[in-house]
Structures are given as C-alpha cells and as structure tokens.
Design a protein around this ligand. Structure first.
Ligand SMILES: CC(C)(COP(=O)(O)OP(=O)(O)OC[C@H]1O[C@@H](n2cnc3c(N)ncnc32)[C@H](O)[C@@H]1OP(=O)(O)O)[C@@H](O)C(=O)NCCC(=O)NCCS
Length: 214
C-alpha cells in the first residue's frame, strides 16, 4: 500500500522533489507514495500553473493544511535551510512525520545514515559511512565523500563535491559546483559560493567564495 505524502513548496526544489518521488514510484512494484499534492503559503501564479500542468493538486497554504489536521507524511522542498527548519518545526508540532526520498538513480554507499526529511536527487553519489541529518537536500550530481557528516537542514546545490571526512554544520548552503577539500569543517549557517574551492575550515555564519574560498 502507498503512503500518503504532501510536498511543501511549489518552487524549483519542491517540483524537483516531486520528480524524485515520481521516479521512486515508477521504480517500485507498488508505488511507494501517494502524492496528495503541494502545500505552499505563497505560490506564484507561474508555479501554480506548473503544478496544474503536471497534474499535481495545490492543497493551500501551510496554515490551511495544518488547520485541516490531516496526517500524511511530508517532504519540504524548499532550498533555503532556515525556512526549511521553520516549516519543519510547524509540521512536527502538528504531530506529522517527515518522509525520506532517495532517487533510484542516486547511489548510496554502505553504512549510510539518512535522517527524516532528506531528499537525494538523481545522479548524486554518497560514499561509505556518510551521515546525513534531517531535511538535508542533495541536488543532482552531488558527490559526498567517505565518512562525511552533514548536519540537519544542509543544502548542497547541483554538482558540488563534499570530500571525505568533511563535517558540515546545520543550515549550511553549499553553492553549485563548489568543492570542499577533505577533513575540513564548515560551521553552522555558513554559505559557500557557487564554484568555490574551500581549502580551510569555514567559520559559522560566514559567506565564503572564490578559489581558494575566502
Ligand atoms: C556567494 C553568494 C552566496 C554571494 O551572494 P551575495 O552576498 O548576494 O553576493 P552578491 O551577488 O551581492 O555579490 C557580491 C560580490 O561577490 C561576487 N560573487 C558572487 N557570487 C560569487 C561566487 N559564487 N564566486 C565568486 N564571486 C562571487 C559578485 O560578483 C560581487 O562582486 P563585486 O563586489 O566585485 O561586484 C552567491 O553569489 C552564491 O554563489 N550562492 C550560491 C548560489 C547557487 O548555488 N546557485 C545555484 C542554485 S541551483
């Protein structure tokens, strides 16, 4: 039997999350998830049209959904780590539970630990003994090296490389194509710019960019 699921967010990563879920369903004998639709507090007209075009229902705002008091699993398809954490608190407080979705075309190594709410897109490769916290987003074609730890609400944008033994703090955003060299620590709430090469530890709550990243 399929499990009922809502996706939060009609924007880019929300609809990418729908793609991951649909790919999972297609790959299984019995669909894993029954997608009820998308919840979004402020969807643009264009994103409403995009949902309609793909035949996915718009279920209303977060407040409307929570007032409805219907318990499906949820995935938060919103790229901003801070917004994702805030929404997660609301859904948890309402007694709901997060799903986890790994695209069938992603590869997950041995001894992985993957937290609730995490979404892994196609083409991404996760090496051995990696820990992914709650609501981590791994966009397409990301590589996560052996023994890396990504804490809750980390977002890794397309094509980024997190090398072995790296630790990434809560709510860090790693830009597209960035590389974090092995063994480094990226502090909570830091942002790593697109295409940066991180060669030293990154303090929390800072923005680094460029090659080498500063
Ligand atoms: C690094 C980043 C966080 C900076 O954002 P910001 O603080 O709003 O920066 P601004 O756009 O105001 O740019 C500030 C300066 O940094 C430069 N800059 C911005 N992003 C840069 C990057 N990734 N690498 C090198 N320089 C960058 C700008 O050219 C500008 O330089 P200037 O002052 O000489 O004109 C952002 O540009 C970034 O790379 N985010 C990741 C986005 C991403 O991954 N997108 C793909 C989504 S799928």
């Amino acid at each position: 039997m399929s499990t009922e699921l809502i996706v939060v967010g009609a924007g880019g990563f929300g609809r990418q999350t729908l793609d991951v879920v649909q790919a999972l369903n297609r790959a299984a004998d019995v669909p894993v998830f029954d997608v009820l639709g998308v919840v979004d507090t402020n969807p643009s007209d264009l994103n409403r049209e995009r949902l309609e075009h793909r035949g996915v229902a718009y279920l209303g705002t977060v407040a409307e959904w929570l007032a409805f008091d219907y318990h499906a699993l949820y995935l938060i398809g919103i790229g901003d780590p801070v917004a994702r954490q805030r929404l997660d608190r609301s859904f948890l407080a309402a007694g709901m539970a997060a799903a986890t979705a790994v695209h069938p075309a992603a590869s997950i190594g041995s001894q992985a630990a993957i937290g609730d709410g995490t979404v892994v897109c196609g083409g991404t490769q996760v090496s051995t003994n990696v820990r992914l916290g709650r609501h981590v987003h791994l966009n397409p074609n990301v590589a996560i090296g052996h023994d890396a730890v990504l804490h809750d609400f980390v977002s890794v944008n397309p094509g980024a490389i997190v090398s072995g033994d790296v630790e990434v703090g809560e709510r860090v955003l790693i830009g597209a194509g960035a590389v974090i060299l092995q063994g480094l620590v990226v502090g909570s709430d830091a942002v790593v710019g697109a295409n940066a090469c991180v060669v030293r530890h990154v303090f929390g709550d800072t923005v680094v960019k460029g090659v080498p990243a500063r």
